[in-house]
Design a protein around this ligand. Structure first.
Ligand SMILES: C[S@@+](CC[C@H](N)C(=O)[O-])C[C@H]1O[C@@H](n2cnc3c(N)ncnc32)[C@H](O)[C@@H]1O
Length: 503
């Protein structure tokens, strides 16, 4: 099954539509308020019934637009005409955002407001969601804004850049964010339909992108960028067993090869100082650590790498997730056949776990060996994470150029969001567990021994780490060389994640 055409970009009609959506207050906060907390939260979980009830019989412009474009409800043509007075039903049909059905119209796309923390407000069109269709998705489905889109948007540093690239732009959600801080944006996709939506969204939101059709990095051969973002089609999909190959999630290769190839290939397109931010899934073979596999990819890139594994699933959980994502629900023979195909595929490579994470790559500006940092952080993290990623890259870049002597000769202070937590056995005079906790960023917690705790307690930017450790070693009766070695390791680790800052 494939889909129909995408909306058209008639400039005059788009001017009308933009003005109508503005007048109807079709914005993120207003839609939330119109639906109420309960329905808005349910919609966030893709449960549409409360939202349908909230706008049932609505004739106010905002309620009509939510019902028509957000929920895919058949809408009385007269109501839509009142909600879009300039565009009119005729204009909406000409734009290709609705189709007439007698006295009603039905949206041909999902259209919703979207924004960022910097105060940008946009509208984003994509294919109707699964609940608006009530049937499994077609393979050329163009995805709207989902959890993966907002995760990547959150983790992307928003430093001002000259040239930015979005690989696999889909409806253009990442490109919208890039428009806020990049002088020029190139966006690529293999899907002509996705590029159709991206073109429509760019025009509706009055931003200018260089849209290019082609596979991954092929459309930008020989070009370099300051920032590359990609929420690629990373879903590991069996190549047999009649499993649908959805364009939005399948990159056309077995296992996790799509992400491996992108990670290894991106270096050719990063300018000095440039950053690439990718979402990824990776396979972990039984008995292996995930760091071995992902570490080999990032080493082959020749770039600095900072990889955060955020979650893991076993093959059955993964199969269930992506079978449901395509609209195949448990209890059907199709569902069981698909889950079986996934299990066979993973078993053929002895895969025990699938990791979900974020890969950040960076090209150093000077000559030095690349740093590689592969960590797990499965709990809640700061929102947005972009400032933490930007600060973490600066810290790691600096640390990569500091040998242990230089590190020890620096005065360090604890970041303002860092606290210590002590635990003692009842009745004990001294704590037996001391934990350092980071309030923001990756929300790190680090268990400290007595020497570590003593060092951190005097990190107020006054003494250098060497001065502090020399005094602490005498106090604790530890050989100074040993204390300096252990202290340097701790400072390096805490400074990389922003728990310690150089004075
Ligand atoms: C998961 S969607 C991401 C969409 C959007 N960037 C976001 O963040 O939500 C992946 C996108 O990659 C595109 N894609 C699939 N195979 C591709 C390929 N070989 N080269 C470039 N893009 C591809 C799909 O059409 C889809 O738009």
């Amino acid at each position: 099954m494939t889909s129909s055409t995408t909306p058209r970009t008639d400039p005059e009609l788009l001017d009308d539509l933009r003005a109508d959506l503005t007048d109807a207050a079709f914005g993120v906060d207003e839609v939330h308020e119109r639906l109420g907390d309960l329905a808005a939260a349910a919609l966030g979980r893709e449960q549409v019934l409360p939202a349908r009830r909230a706008v049932a019989g609505a004739t106010d412009p905002l309620g009509v637009l939510i019902g028509c474009f957000g929920l895919g409800l058949p809408t009385a043509a007269d109501d839509l005409a009142r909600a879009l007075p300039r565009t009119g039903v005729t204009g909406a049909v000409r734009l290709g955002v609705v189709e007439p059905h007698g006295a009603h119209v039905v949206a041909t796309c999902d259209l919703r407001p979207y924004g960022d923390d910097a105060g940008h407000a946009w509208w984003v069109a994509s294919d109707p969601t699964e609940h608006a269709r009530s049937e499994p998705l077609p393979v050329d489905h163009v995805l709207g804004i989902g959890g993966a889109s907002t995760t990547l948007a959150s983790w992307t540093p928003r430093t001002r850049v000259a040239r930015a690239l979005d690989v696999g732009t889909g409806c253009g959600v990442q490109a919208l964010h890039l428009s806020g801080h990049a002088d020029s944006v190139v966006a690529t996709d293999l899907s002509r339909r996705a590029l159709g939506y991206a073109r429509f969204n760019a025009a509706l939101n009055q931003v200018d992108w260089d849209l290019r059709e082609g596979s991954f990095l092929e459309p930008v051969v020989g070009e370099a960028f300051d920032l590359v973002v990609s929420n690629p089609p990373f879903v590991i999909t069996p190549r047999s067993g009649d499993v649908p190959l959805y364009e939005y999630r399948d990159g056309g290769a077995a296992g996790d090869h799509v992400v491996a190839a992108l990670t290894q290939g991106i270096g050719a397109h990063l300018a000095p100082g440039g950053v690439a931010q990718l979402l990824a899934n990776w396979e972990t073979v039984a008995g292996q650590d995930w760091r071995e596999r992902v570490g080999a990819w990032v080493e082959a890139s020749g770039l600095d790498a900072w990889v955060v594994q955020r979650d893991v699933q076993d093959p059955a959980e993964y199969a269930e997730l992506w079978t449901r994502d395509g609209g195949h629900l448990p209890g059907t023979s199709e569902h069981d056949a698909l889950v079986g195909a996934w299990l066979d595929d993973f078993a053929s490579r002895d895969v025990a776990q699938i990791g979900f994470g974020i890969i950040t790559l960076h090209r150093p500006t000077g000559e030095r060996a690349p740093f590689v940092d592969l960590v797990e952080a499965t709990g809640p993290v700061a929102t947005p994470m972009g400032p933490t990623v930007a600060a973490g890259l600066v810290a790691r870049d600096r640390l990569a150029g500091l040998d242990d002597d230089a590190l020890l000769d620096t005065a360090w202070r604890c970041a303002p969001d860092v606290t210590t937590e002590t635990h003692a056995t009842p009745g004990a005079s001294d704590p037996n567990v001391i934990v350092l906790r980071q309030g923001g960023g990756l929300a790190r917690s680090v268990r400290l021994d007595t020497l570590d705790a003593a060092l951190v307690s005097v990190c107020d930017g006054d003494l250098t780490a060497r001065q502090s450790l020399t005094a602490i070693s005498a106090l604790l009766d530890v050989p100074t060389g040993e204390a300096l070695g252990a202290g340097a390791t701790l400072v390096r680790r805490l400074a990389a994640d922003g728990l310690l800052l150089p004075e």
